[in-house]
Design a protein around this ligand. Structure first.
Ligand SMILES: Nc1ncnc2c1ncn2[C@@H]1O[C@H](COP(=O)(O)OP(=O)(O)OP(=O)(O)O)[C@@H](O)[C@H]1O
Ligand SMILES: [Mg+2]
Length: 444
């Protein structure tokens, strides 16, 4: 840009020294350049934005079809997938060639305008030579200047074009940057050095969408070191409760405290450090089993890793693998079973050695016997620590100090296993239905 502007000024000065009138002719073409550039840029930007959007859609579709490959095959949706791809791809091509075409017109158009100036100079200059108002050398020099004069203009126009397409791309990035920031940690945020693990929910209300109430006025008190089981039908808000505790979402009203401190007054990173979490969907990365378990603790020794694996009852299956702890888990973690994945994530959490442990359906894919063994190992490990266990299989949570039954975002029953059974309510129904099923299975 700077070079172009300086060159243009230089050429104008040189042309002025030869003939101010001819220079005016050249300058008269200037507005044409500006009009052409703005018109083209306006049009091409629209198509560049479209091209970018379609490219995003296409990549998204390919990614989705690739990861869901098995499901696509199983439901015989190959044809639809291909058709969808072709539809998006066609739109991308359409937007792509329009964007390219319009920005491609730029150069010839600039040339055309330049030639208009050339013709004007030739006519006027020719007449002047015959009248001896200008020497032939002056005209040749002037034509050279005026021809070169267009170069920096075309360059500037090109830069404008590139900027246009960059803006189109940047807009998509800005969409992300414009997302609402999370509330920053308060300056005087506290750090709880020796957390005891006392958790309290006081009149907590929360909704994901403003018009869909979920958790309303929830109260809950968890004593340090206790195991709290949360049960309830799918969609009851169990995971939501955990999300609130970890402050992945902000509550709308009420407060949640840990050891009497409002979690909004604790630094997010410190708060999350207190928790160990095993989620409903397992997450393992492309690396060795050893590294995956060690993710829970920086600089963990091999011995610690093995101990954690033993506690999670993963040690046995890991040893049966040909490469043992050095087995590399592939990118989609398809070379070990779903239950084994869960065992590894549990070992990871155990190694992390948190003050408060959250298990959200952490053993749902593990056989019931192993599940009970893990629960036992856990209860040893978690002595004196608070743990939240979400489980659909009620047999595993019988020993919990407190069982919370949730439904539609509300706590409908609370108590230990015996109390809840004696009450004969929702929990008793749920428990008996599972028990009856187990009996039937035994009979079969
Ligand atoms: N990110 C979200 N945005 C909007 N609504 C959500 C979101 N996450 C969950 N919900 C809704 O909140 C309700 C509670 O969901 P939650 O995940 O807490 O259920 P859950 O009790 O953990 O169920 P499950 O036993 O299936 O894991 C559901 O009705 C769900 O549709
Ligand atoms: Mg859940």
């Amino acid at each position: 840009m700077i070079t172009s502007v300086i060159t243009i000024i230089g050429y104008i000065i040189m042309m002025l020294t030869i003939s101010p009138t001819l220079t005016l002719i050249v300058l008269a073409t200037m507005p044409l350049y500006v009009i052409a550039t703005t018109l083209i840029a306006k049009k091409s930007q629209k198509y560049f934005a479209m091209q970018q959007k379609e490219l995003g859609d296409l990549s998204g579709h390919v990614e989705e079809m690739y990861t869901g490959h098995k499901i696509v095959k199983a439901f015989g949706r190959e044809k639809d997938a291909i058709e969808h791809f072709e539809a998006v791809n066609n739109r991308l091509r359409e937007a792509g060639w329009r964007a390219q075409f319009i920005s491609g017109i730029m150069f010839p158009l600039m040339n055309f305008i330049s030639n208009l100036g050339y013709v004007g100079i030739s006519i006027v200059g020719g007449i002047w030579i015959t009248k001896s108002r200008l020497g032939i050398g002056d005209i040749i020099a002037f034509i050279q200047y005026s021809r070169s004069f267009t170069m920096p203009i075309v360059q500037t126009a090109n830069i404008a074009n590139v900027i246009q397409s960059t803006i189109a791309c940047a807009e998509r990035v800005f969409q992300i940057l414009d997302e609402e920031e999370e509330i920053p940690d308060s300056k005087d945020a506290v750090v709880i050095d020796e957390p005891k693990g006392e958790v309290k929910f006081e009149n907590v209300s929360f909704r994901y969408k403003e018009d869909v109430p979920l958790i309303e006025d929830l109260n809950l008190e968890v004593k340090p070191g206790h195991t709290i089981a949360i049960v309830g039908p799918t969609g009851a808000g169990k995971t939501t409760l955990v999300n609130l505790l970890m402050r992945f979402y902000e509550i709308n009203s009420g407060k949640i405290t840990i050891d009497g401190v409002d979690i909004r007054d604790i630094k997010r990173s410190e708060l999350r450090k207190m928790f160990g979490m095993v989620l409903q969907d397992t997450w393992l990365f492309n690396g060795t089993i050893k590294d995956n378990i060690a993710y829970g603790k920086e600089g963990a020794t091999m011995e610690e890793i093995i101990n954690a694996a033993k506690a999670a009852h993963a040690d046995h299956f890991i040893r049966t693998l040909p490469q043992g702890y050095d087995t590399v888990i592939n990118e989609e973690a398809t070379n070990i079973s779903q239950g084994q994945k869960q065992l590894l994530t549990i070992a990871r959490a155990i190694l992390h050695d948190p003050k408060i442990l959250i298990l959200d359906e952490a053993t749902s894919s593990v056989d019931t016997r192993t599940e009970v063994l893990i629960q036992r190992a856990m209860s040893n490990l978690m002595k004196g620590r608070t743990s939240f266990v979400i489980a659909h299989r009620l047999s595993t949570i019988r020993d919990a100090e407190l069982i919370i039954v949730m439904n539609k975002g509300r706590i409908i029953e609370m108590g230990n296993h015996k109390e809840l059974l004696a009450k004969g309510g929702f929990y008793a129904d749920l428990y008996n239905s599972q028990f009856a099923n187990e009996n039937q299975e035994d009979a079969v």
